[in-house]
Design a binder for this molecule. Structure first.
Ligand SMILES: [Fe+2]
Ligand SMILES: [Fe+2]
Length: 304
């Protein structure tokens, strides 16, 4: 392992000064399922007991229903209908169900259909889903342990969550940041910081810390536009690469017009190669189509 950290600019690091309006926006995010904290707690234990996980998720019947709906969607392609969480764990494994419960609990909160959102919510979540699916796909090609694949999925899904917070804070101002970044060809994080005093990576970090997410997810959210060359940061590195791949291939719309060159350095240390990246680029649109049910269910959650 070697470590070189180059701050691309100070705007993508963890926030040192948090503007008052952002603090308020964090406070005003809708309440997330109270079981999330408990799931996070056991998620950070080395071995998660299936029975404990099922017991905890079942404390929230709405969450249980949503997880079962997703488990039975065509995304997972199960041949038999799953009636209980215990069955879901048997078919999909404890890690998949655990991460599915975490993403479902979070997305129910963050999928806000802001009336004047300057980023089309469907296209935005398509970008997040494409990053999730692409990260998992490449992890599979890298022969990552089956039990760890879902970590790549959830990391890709949540990496840009800070944009939701900034859009909620002031959609009109976010629209200005978006159009300025396009006009001037600067990164969206840079334009966000100019308009809000904080970028989406920093804003996302505040949410992730409030939600007490696993440290690797916090660093994915905070560092996915920073160049951190560290071979041990496998999930983080993958999300940086796939985020850029999705931007370059226009899989969804992240709002950021800049495809970052730093991803090339990270590709190099990650053991990825052109064949793998081409396979991912070719497969992501199809994977997103297969996962369309996932987006529909997320959307329904947001509309409730
Ligand atoms: Fe981002
Ligand atoms: Fe992104």
């Amino acid at each position: 392992m070697f470590l070189v950290k180059k701050g691309l600019n100070d705007l993508t690091q963890a926030a040192s000064h948090i503007p008052r309006e952002i603090e308020n926006a964090v406070e005003n995010m809708p309440a997330i399922s109270p079981v999330l904290g408990k799931i996070n707690k056991i998620a950070q234990e080395m071995e998660t007991s299936p029975r404990d996980l099922v017991k905890i998720i079942m404390l929230d019947p709405i969450l249980t229903g949503k997880v079962l709906k997703l488990v039975n969607s065509s995304f997972y392609g199960l041949t038999q209908k799953v009636q209980t969480l215990a069955q879901a764990v048997v078919y999909l494994g404890v890690n998949t169900v655990k991460n599915l419960a975490i993403s479902t609990a979070l997305l129910s909160t963050v999928f806000v259909r802001e009336k004047q959102s300057p980023l089309d919510p469907d296209e935005f979540w398509r970008h997040c889903l494409a990053t999730a699916l692409g990260s998992k796909l490449l992890a599979k090609l890298m022969k990552v342990d089956k039990d760890d694949l879902e970590s790549y999925f959830i990391a890709g899904l949540l990496h840009d969550v800070g944009k939701v917070l900034l859009i909620r804070t002031d959609p009109a101002r976010y629209a200005k940041a978006l159009s300025e970044s396009r006009k001037l060809g600067v990164t969206l994080a840079f334009a966000e910081a100019a308009h809000f005093g904080i970028s989406h990576t920093q804003a996302g970090g505040l949410l992730a810390r409030r939600w007490k997410l696993d440290p690797f997810l916090i660093s994915v959210i905070e560092d996915h536009h920073s160049l951190v060359l560290d071979t041990d940061r496998r999930v983080q590195n993958m999300v940086v690469v796939v985020n850029n791949l999705c931007k370059a291939t226009r899989a969804g719309e992240s709002g950021n017009c800049v495809v970052e060159e730093m991803a090339d350095d990270i590709v190099m240390i990650s053991g990825l190669n052109d064949d793998m990246l081409n396979t991912a680029a070719d497969s992501i649109p199809e994977e997103v189509e297969k996962a369309a049910d996932f987006l529909t269910l997320i959307r329904e959650q947001g509309d409730e």
